[in-house]
Design a protein around this ligand. Sequence first.
Ligand code: NI
Length: 394
Amino acid sequence: MTPPTTEARVSALRPQLEAWRRHLHMHPELSFEEHETAAYIEAELKKMPGLSVTRPTATSVLAVLRGGKPGKRVLLRADIDALPIHEENTFEFKSKRDGVMHACGHDGHTAILLGTAKLLSEDAANVAGEIRMIFQHAEENGPGGAEELVTQTPLMDGVDVATGLHLSSGLPAGKVGIRAGAFMASPDMLTLKIIGKGGHGAQPEQTIDPIAIGAQIVSNLQHVVSRNVSALESLVVSITQFHAGTTHNVIPDTAELVGTVRCFSPELRQRAPQLIERVVKGICEAHGARYEMNYDFGYRPVINTDWVAQTLRDIAVAEFGEGDVVEAPQWMGGEDFSAYLEKAPGAYFNVGSASDEADSHWPHHHPRFTLDELSLETGVRMMYAAAQRLAAEG
Ligand code: NI
């Protein structure tokens, strides 16, 4: 008798995958608060023979499978946290917590890694190397769970290669998106306080108007993008908050601006704060204002290792056929998967989750976001094959 194919095994697992995902969807928890989520994951993993299950931090879970054959150490990662969004979906497994929702698909990521753990545990004797499956807390909120795991725990010690996936409502269910090299941006944050001199709205000549100065800064910052950085490089500078003033006839003393600065290149990332400050300083000095600028570096850009991306692409083509594998577009969103890539080669990839039937084209972080659950099967098939292939050849 021929053993069942991975496709058949994963298809048989579909009701369980849905049950995991829906349970998690109903019980979302915010970053660093994933206590019930972690307890649930731990309990499910402990039902699977052959896994060593531990809690590296209060709200993360690690399952380690030592295969029966020699091989490499592979890290598989799922993020488990939800967002402060009030869900507007009406299906029966919608969030039971007001104002908290799995609106990015991390419920799906967790179900996929649980499914992968189950398949690997069933054939541990034939698995090569060591597979470390990390259910990571706090992807959505800096400084991020990955950084904590990488710097405060031995998770990455001896790891040869790392991979993880993000479900994508920008890609049809059944498809896989992979990209070598620069994939996701560094989301850094700029905070700026312009200190002028307030006064009567009728006598602006006696004031140093922080609103007029701030407006100039907002528009001139785009010159950093268009005139200081090559058109061949990507940089986004967006001022997303501008707070000043209290009423119509008073010029305030100060204005506060907050924005996001994103790019793919580590060199440009280091240079961006100076380029921005030069504009801020010049405009403030020209008008006699002072300023305080804070620049917070967020997650590093996600730069995929070429050979790992190629291996994942080969796996996807073998599993699903050439027609269902696309080159994932670069995007300016951030991801703390980059913390693992500081320690080992690896690649992060997308699995499509959009379909008309599931009404799952809504963007990530939207109150109507949801998944076509076919994506859970696609995800397990990718992660299971990646674990085996990367451990065998590394
Ligand atoms: Ni996400």
